[in-house]
Design a protein around this ligand. Structure first.
Ligand code: F6R
Length: 600
């Protein structure tokens, strides 16, 4: 997930530099590995560097800039190639005829890169994006006009993209989208484009949402949207009624709620190019030929540890021995790992000190180490043998939400590949998860549940199998953002002690899906608490009769145990969010916590 912006000012329009820097500051939530701009004023003037936008601002030769009315900008979340000056956008062709910014993933870039290299192109970066300016330049050299060269190059791309380009020699920004967001803005004295409305809400609230396959041409006098066939499309202009102050959160009150709502998109990104529905195959080319020949050991902390528990069960069910350790408890003197072992660190940030220590210990005995992480170029990504990216996009809120879903999904892929047990049914179920989450987001009554029970003495969560880590995660989310005691239990453990805690003032959330053995047993545990007057909230797909014993029901679509646990967790995220909201807590930055814990 990167952020892009473009601007074409009319005669009395604003300075492009100011508009682009303003817009990028609103888009930094989409990534901040590097930032860059290209100003078009006769020639193309590119400025870019690794690091946050502030680094770009300090590097700009301000005395030589100003007055330009056309430009594009980018803030990067690395996917191909680590954060570096060279990998920063915009990218240009060899003669700097065209500069391009891109958000998305070009799946066939390697083939295109090989073809262009054979034709004599020298690449400057490791990115997938750089093929685009070289392709456009190729078609310009063949004699196509600006727009035709742009369109022909785009037609060669496979994957997801929102792309904007400026040319040397013409006052225009060309843009296109396919499966990555792109919105256009219309003001009296200029036209804008951005990955999201916040990029330009300060200047206009009149927007057009571009659709997949649509192209846009922005010039000082007109904004034209065309279809794949080149014909002009009549588009409708919408008025946005957000307060510009809230713009970075796309209109949500908190990043946490925004990120909860981003889960369908995050999961689609995680699956992109990795699932084959026809054969049931899952491709994780980044893992190469790695297949464990013995125990797989997971190390992780907090939410990531809950995902590691899911990974462990997935492998065990597929006949691969696996174990999960809290990274802070992992000790290679006590745990027999050696050069034959595979050790998987699950870490959103890739920087957590406890997890890094465990991975380094594993490296030191010669084990094969794998990072399952969200952050390209992170310590975990650099120091392990193999990396599986979860591709959730930046997560700003301290409480992990979308990255947990993406970790669960990525570990399902990893377990399938490690065990060599492919199934079309699983691939179909995985593909259905983003829509299932969307339906939960659209219909959830979690807010009413939160309003009913906020102020309770404590909250308990129970589940079995794949729902046990989700019970732990539900409790972690609740405690970290509401500051109220919450605890998750394996449902069967309740009777071995914790039952003494339950009262009329300690609602219990039971995750029960399907109507199999585990569901039946969890329902018995539900009956035990219900008989003691404890309010029960069932998170269920309605396949069993748990609703009979529940005071409230949070519905999820029916699916397999592992995929329904990803979806069920969303209901618990929403309950925690709305409960914390009732208390007016500092939801995105809970007290005493940090997003990345770099001390042991
Ligand atoms: C909870 C949360 C933490 C992290 C933990 C590990 O919402 O975010 O429990 O999961 O600190 O962080 P990573 O995954 O970055 O290693």
């Amino acid at each position: 997930m990167c952020g892009i912006i473009g601007y074409v000012g009319a005669e009395h329009g604003d300075d492009a530099l100011e508009v682009l820097l303003d817009g990028l500051s609103q888009l930094e939530y989409r990534g901040y590995d590097s930032a860059g701009i290209a100003l078009a004023d006769g020639g193309i003037n590119v400025h870019k560097c690794q690091g946050e936008l502030s680094a770009l601002k300090s590097a700009l030769p301000m005395e030589r800039l100003g007055g330009e009315k056309i430009g594009i900008g980018h803030t990067r979340w690395s996917t191909h190639g680590p954060p570096s000056d060279a990998n920063s956008h915009p990218h240009t062709d060899m003669d700097e005829q065209v500069a391009v910014v891109h958000n998305g993933i070009i799946e066939n870039y390697q083939q295109l890169r090989d073809d262009l290299t054979d034709a004599g192109v020298e690449f400057q970066s490791d990115t997938d994006t750089e093929v685009v300016p070289h392709l456009i330049a190729h078609y310009r050299d063949e004699g196509l006009d600006y727009e035709a060269a742009f369109r022909t190059a785009i037609n060669r791309l496979e994957g997801s993209y929102a792309i904007a380009a400026v040319f040397d020699g013409i006052e225009a920004v060309y843009a296109v989208r396919n499966e990555s967001p792109l919105v256009l803005g219309i003001a009296d004295d200029g036209y804008f484009l951005g990955s999201d409305v916040p990029a330009f809400i300060k200047y206009t609230d009149q927007v057009i949402y571009l659709e997949d396959g649509q192209f846009a041409r922005l010039t000082p006098t007109e904004l034209v949207v065309t279809g794949e066939n080149g014909r002009t499309i009549e588009t409708s202009i919408e008025t946005i009624n957000w307060d510009p102050e809230d713009a970075g959160k796309s209109g949500y009150d908190h990043y946490m709620l925004k990120e909860i709502n981003e889960q369908p998109t995050a999961l689609r990104e995680c699956f992109r190019g990795r699932l084959d529905e026809l054969t049931g195959r899952i491709e994780l080319s980044e893992l190469g030929a790695l297949k464990p020949d013995g125990m797989v050991t997971f190390v992780a902390c907090g939410t990531s540890y809950h995902a590691a528990m899911v990974g462990t069960r997935l492998l065990q069910e597929r006949g691969v021995p696996a174990q999960a350790f809290l990274a802070s408890e992992f000790d290679s003197d006590a745990v027999p790992i050696d050069s034959e072992s595979v050790v998987v660190g699950v870490t959103q940030s890739g920087e957590t000190a406890d997890t890094m220590r465990a991975l380094r210990e594993a490296n030191s005995v010669g084990a094969t180490t794998v990072a399952v992480t969200n952050v390209v170029g992170s310590s975990a990504a650099r120091e392990t043998d193999e990396v599986l990216y979860i591709r959730a996009g930046p997560e700003i809120s301290v409480a992990a939400t979308k990255t947990f879903a993406s970790q669960q999904a990525a570990l399902t892929l990893l377990a399938t590949v490690f065990s060599d047990q492919y199934s079309r049914k699983l691939v179909q179920e995985l593909r259905a998860v983003p829509d299932q989450i969307q339906s939960v987001l659209d219909t959830s009554s979690a807010r009413e549940v939160a309003e009913t029970y906020h102020g309770s003495d404590a909250y308990f969560f129970i589940g079995r199998g794949y729902h046990y880590p989700v019970a732990l995660e539900g409790a972690l989310k609740m405690k970290e953002i509401t500051y109220t005691h919450a605890e998750g239990f394996a449902a069967g453990e309740l009777k071995h002690g914790p039952l003494a805690l339950v009262s009329e003032d300690t609602p219990i959330f039971a995750i029960v899906t399907g109507d199999g053995r585990l569901a039946e047993k969890t329902i018995s545990n539900v009956k035990e608490v219900e008989a003691r007057g404890t309010p029960v909230v069932a998170v269920t797909d309605g396949e069993s009769n748990v609703e009979r014993y529940a005071d409230h029901v949070l519905k999820v679509p029916a699916s397999s145990a592992v995929t329904s646990s990803i979806v069920a967790n969303v209901q618990l995220q929403l309950v925690a969010y709305w409960t914390a909201n009732e208390f007016g807590r500092s939801i995105d930055k809970p007290r005493n916590l940090a997003k990345s814990v770099t001390v042991e």
